[in-house]
Ligand binder design. Structure first.
Ligand SMILES: [Zn+2]
Ligand SMILES: [Zn+2]
Length: 46
């Protein structure tokens, strides 16, 4: 099977979320579902 997508943050396959701020495709581990953004954007978010 083809990869669903590689996480832009940890590089692992299975990315299924798109950050609403930077548009990065990330996995559940790297995604803040509550805010709809990736971990990188979440760090800079107050
Ligand atoms: Zn990830
Ligand atoms: Zn982001």
């Amino acid at each position: 099977m083809d990869l669903m997508g590689l996480c832009s943050k940890c590089g692992k396959p299975g990315a299924m979320y798109t950050c609403h701020l930077c548009g990065s495709l990330v996995c559940s581990n790297c995604y803040d579902i509550e805010h709809g953004i990736c971990c990188s954007c979440n760090v800079g978010k107050k």
